[in-house]
Design a protein around this ligand. Sequence first.
Ligand SMILES: *Cc1c(COP(=O)(O)O)cnc(C)c1O
Length: 404
Amino acid sequence: MVPREAASLPYDWLRRSLQTLHQAHWHRQVQAVEGTGPVIQRQGQPLLNFASNDYLGLAGDSRLAEAAIAAIQQFGTGATGSRLLSGHRSLHRELECAIAAFKQTEDALVFSSGYLANIGTLTALVGSRDLILADRYNHSSLKNGAVLSGATVLEYAHGDLADLETQLTDRRQTYRRCLIVTDGVFGMDGDLCPLPGILALANRFGAMVMIDEAHSTGVLGKTGAGCAEHFGCQGQPLIQMGTLSKALASLGGYVAGSADLIDFLRNRAPSWIYTTGLSPADTAAAIAALSVLQQEPQRLTQLHDRAQFLRQQLDQLLSSLPGDTLTRLPSDSAIVCLQVPDAETVVQLGQQLQALGCFVSAVRPPTVPVSRLRMSAIATHQESHMTQLVQALGQALAQTLSRR
Ligand SMILES: *Cc1c(COP(=O)(O)O)cnc(C)c1O
């Protein structure tokens, strides 16, 4: 018998590891908020919300809620099984057809989350004889999917077509298949991938391209279909992945592309085959979100107006500050980031902003290489919300910088 104290020894490293996280100001924890949209509540206090991915302001829309309730009443609360065995419902197909029409692709497939869509797609499409070329700033789900696939993974410098071309020239021919993988809008930066240039290189080197439209679906393009629409690249051979959980205010992920691609994924993507189908409520809410977006395209222009207004206000504030303590990162999306020199300062700023009634994400390593405040616009924000945020930031900065 192992004595009682000794039995806990194999787990002691957990506490030491947590201590290291605390010392580096990298430790994170959750906090509960209530409500959705531009103004939410925390412990009963109103809080201006710049921390959500609910870009179109649909998470609190009664049409989505009603569709979800009706679906629960008709189909029940759970899909009760994997789609292939027993969990497939007419709603699932309805959503997939709606996504394919929205994306102008032959077909689409919905997964239980965007994370699972990326893992399933990457592991299905490439293996040990293949090459993945990935933007260095890609989302965690793309990075982990790439590793799981068993392919050789090479990263190219963020958004750098010249580096991508060099790596294709040096390495492409040694591998069977090649897949270039990139975020459409980079979620912790707000900038866009150079999609037309990537597609041209892919065409020259015989490579597939997969784009993650998590932060661009319902944000970019005339109808909100994403980067592919924004750049006029619809109709080109392209694997378009996205999530239902951000602008579409539901839960789940999707892949849209050729009929062959989708049929192949239904047969070969383990994170689709061996998991329960999307819940009826989530499925119906996503269908309703697509229909609202189609009926109210002005939400897209509103969203961009608000993001643009926020960028202008922030730039004004920054230009009034001494030196270059903070840098605003380039952004063409609903995401606006201010780079902050260190993790301790960004956490402090985040807390001060909260005390001043503004909810902003303080993002630190290892999520990003350099700490930043991440702010996102919602179509239903008012300009006065943005003005309040920038005023609060001015106050918080004055306090923080005077202490340094
Ligand atoms: C949020 C996100 C995902 C994951 O989507 P979920 O549906 O939340 O699992 C994938 N890729 C990117 C770029 C994301 O921002």
